[in-house]
Design a protein around this ligand. Structure first.
Ligand code: A3P
Length: 297
């Protein structure tokens, strides 16, 4: 087996406390879902939830599948919940791989999305965040570094800031993808891409099921597909969204927003889009940049 990724540092900011993973007690069948953010994390949580629970419609992944490295709620609360779970656990992380504890016991699913789609999605997430969202991130104990500010009122300027300031106002996109990419061929790692999931959700869900060694009962397959569709997830957004959507204006339906790629195409100036594309190749290499853009591995 290839060398396992090793944690080499901690990462703290308004969202992160990477040290929480240091006390995570892995079980043999744990599933960890990793992404930069706004890349389809919740969709993959829903897919995994549907596979683990055989298409049951009462599975509230927003509640049972926590974001481990988020600073809130305190780790005791999070651990209390997941340690009491007797089903196969699935949790999420937005850490770069060099700040994450990587266990050979767990299976890791990483999902990528074009950075332009990610920023368009995050802009909606951030613009509609309510006072409670800012309070949780900025005023809770343990924040390191500056608070997160309200976004500018132009998505293009928001994108420019993100590109020029290495992921501002969140974290580095290049670092997140660049640290995960070398792990893509490990036995306990599966790479997915938002665009591929859109193109062929049934085929991609089968890949996830095979990877997780879950036998899908044929009679439950239609329910699984329905529950993972965008329309179903939008209609039942409270079930999948963190805190049931309480930290966004418009609630959970704001979080499960449009569910498609390419919304930037009519708004982002070509020159800025080109800078993004060149930077992707510079930071990640041509093969990884191409995967991010197309989903083709
Ligand atoms: P948009 O904001 O572009 O609509 P994350 O869970 O990583 O925060 O990602 C959120 C993005 O995934 C949002 O994108 C959301 O609409 C999209 N999403 C959630 N469920 C989806 C589904 N079933 N099909 C397609 N996109 C989905």
């Amino acid at each position: 087996m290839d060398m396992l990724p090793e944690k080499t540092r901690e990462l703290h900011n308004h969202h992160f406390d990477s040290t929480v993973w240091n006390d995570f007690k892995f079980r043999d069948d744990d599933i960890v879902i990793g992404t930069y953010a706004k890349s389809g994390t919740t969709w993959v949580q829903q897919i995994v939830g549907q596979l683990v629970f055989d298409g049951n419609e009462d599975v509230a992944v927003g509640e049972i599948s926590p974001w481990i490295d988020l600073r809130v709620p305190p780790k005791e609360e999070k651990f209390g919940m997941i340690e009491s779970q007797d089903h196969r656990r699935f949790v999420k992380t937005h850490l770069p791989l060099d700040a994450l504890v990587f266990s050979p016991k767990a299976k890791y699913i990483y999902i990528g999305r074009d950075g332009r789609d990610v920023v368009w999605s995050f802009y909606n997430h951030h613009l509609n965040a309510n006072d409670l969202w800012y309070e949780i991130l900025n005023d809770s104990p343990g924040r390191v570094g500056p608070p997160i500010d309200k976004p500018k009122d132009s998505v293009v300027e928001y994108f420019r800031d993100w590109l020029e300031n290495d992921g501002y106002p969140i974290w580095s996109y290049w670092e997140n993808i660049g640290t995960w990419w070398p792990a893509r061929n490990l036995d306990n790692v599966l790479f997915l891409h938002y665009a591929k999931l859109k193109e062929d959700m049934p085929g991609e869900i089968r890949r996830v099921a095979d990877f997780l060694e879950i036998d899908v009962s044929p009679d439950r397959w239609p329910a699984i597909l329905e529950h993972c569709s965008f329309d179903y997830m939008k209609a039942n957004a409270e079930q999948a969204t963190p805190l049931g959507g309480a930290v966004w204006e418009g609630g959970a339906k704001t979080f499960v927003h449009k569910g498609k790629n390419g919304r930037w195409q009519n708004e982002l100036p070509a020159e800025l889009s080109d800078v993004y594309e060149k930077m992707a190749v510079e930071k990640l290499g041509a093969e990884c940049a191409d995967w991010l853009k197309t989903g083709k591995l």
